[in-house]
Ligand binder design. Structure first.
Ligand SMILES: *Cc1c(COP(=O)(O)O)cnc(C)c1O
Length: 156
């Protein structure tokens, strides 16, 4: 990632990181999603942590965060929390032709519990990957992915 991002900066290229299957992978001690580019995570059922469906985008750019928030909920200017809490206001505007990409509060609650189990879930996936590695690596027709001590990956 550091080399890739340096190259992108040199040529003025915006990097959007598809980390859909990567959480909680890390490179040289840095977690995926912490490299300074907008990073998309999936919480689909096959990922290390799941909310059934949905995902998350991380960014350190407030303009990107505001735009994503707006476009992920129909392009409306105020979500339900901003409209129906004591300090809110019911009035809102549709300011863009947005999408319905919001993660529900119920899915988010599932995700918070899954987050606490991420290390355990990753360990189980790693153990299964090792069993496949051991069982298949001696076969002449099979080439297994090499292990690495620099990276912590998320086996599919
Ligand atoms: C799973 C996956 C996706 C799709 O994620 P959804 O949440 O199902 O849209 C995209 N890219 C990669 C690399 C994936 O592993």
């Amino acid at each position: 990632m550091p080399g890739f991002l340096a190259l992108a900066e040199e040529f003025g290229i915006v990097v959007l990181d598809d980390a859909a299957h990567a959480f909680p992978a890390a490179l040289q001690g840095r977690g995926v999603g912490s490299f300074g580019c907008p990073t998309a995570f999936s919480f689909y059922a096959t990922k290390t942590i799941t909310t059934g469906e949905g995902g998350m985008l991380t960014t350190d750019d407030a303009r990107v965060a505001d735009r994503v928030r707006l476009m992920s909920l129909h392009g409306i200017s105020r979500d339900a929390w901003k409209r129906y809490t004591a300090t809110g206001n019911w009035h809102y505007e549709v300011v863009e032709a947005g999408y319905k990409y919001n993660l529900t509060d119920i899915a988010s609650a599932l995700g918070r519990v899954q987050l606490g189990r991420a290390s355990t879930l990753l360990g189980r996936r790693g153990a299964i990957a090792c069993r496949y590695h051991e069982a298949l690596s001696g076969l002449p027709a099979v080439q297994v992915p090499p292990g690495s001590c620099r990276c912590r990956s998320t086996p599919p």
